[in-house]
Ligand binder design. Structure first.
Ligand code: ZN
Length: 237
């Protein structure tokens, strides 16, 4: 007679890592662009006037989204018009092989969305595409290859990141007339923040600036109470 053995089965329960590992979830991808890129765009836009232009950037996916790296921008060879940018294809091919995987282009004033041509051309040929219009970054797309024959082109939020400002020539040409030291202070009751300057406590920084405005014009404000006294009234006193 054969003995029947009890058999134990070990069940493998997969760990639900997403609940514990701090993985970020974005239902809409984010493209983070360093603030210095906006300065570059402003300068290039000033050169090309009302025409479009394009620059290429480098970026990659991190836990924050598609992050454009600061300091890596290039202006590819291009001929620009009011409604189009024509690249030198060989130049762009060389730059993309060097890792420039993000394209930024500008639109004329008020045209804050991608054109249908944009959607079918540059927006599917770079990992990320950003639109600049009226001095601002206003739209973005990311393009992700999920299968050899399939790319997802997704609407993305574009956000300005912080980075070290680029060095500005000619700062030595500015002479500051007086050193103004404004010390924020904390009121002992109610936790209201204010500013202290020259022995006077101001409710807000705006009040302090208003006083500076009066002082520059040889006037003196005494409105350290809630009463508002306008510049003319102070002058009459
Ligand atoms: Zn466009």
């Amino acid at each position: 007679m054969t003995k029947r053995r009890k058999r134990y089965r070990t069940e493998v329960v997969p760990k639900l890592e997403v609940f514990t590992s701090g993985i970020a979830i974005q239902s809409k991808p984010v493209v983070l662009v360093p603030a210095s890129v906006l300065g570059v765009c402003d300068a290039v836009q000033a050169k090309v006037g009302g025409n479009e232009f394009s620059i290429l950037l480098k970026g990659g996916w991190t836990g924050d989204g598609f992050v454009v790296s600061p300091g890596h921008y290039v202006i590819p060879k291009q001929s620009v018009g009011y409604a189009s940018v024509d690249f030198d294809n060989a130049d762009v091919a060389r730059l993309t092989s060097e890792g420039y995987n993000c394209v930024l282009h500008s639109h004329p004033a008020g045209m804050k969305s991608f054109s249908s041509t944009d959607e079918e051309s540059i927006n599917v040929n770079f990992d990320a595409s950003v639109l600049y219009c009226d001095g601002d970054l206003c739209d973005a797309r990311v393009c992700i290859r999920v299968a050899p024959k399939l790319k997802l082109r997704l609407d993305a939020d574009v956000k300005l990141g912080y980075d070290a400002p680029t060095e500005i020539d000619g700062m030595g040409n500015i002479e500051v007339k007086k050193d103004v030291v404004v010390t924020p202070y904390q009121r002992y009751y109610g936790g209201v923040c204010g500013y202290s300057y020259g022995g006077v406590d101001y409710e807000s920084y705006d009040d302090f600036l208003y006083d500076c405005y009066l002082e520059d014009r040889g006037m003196k404000s005494r409105c350290y109470t809630d009463d508002y006294i306008d510049a003319d009234e102070v002058q009459r006193r």
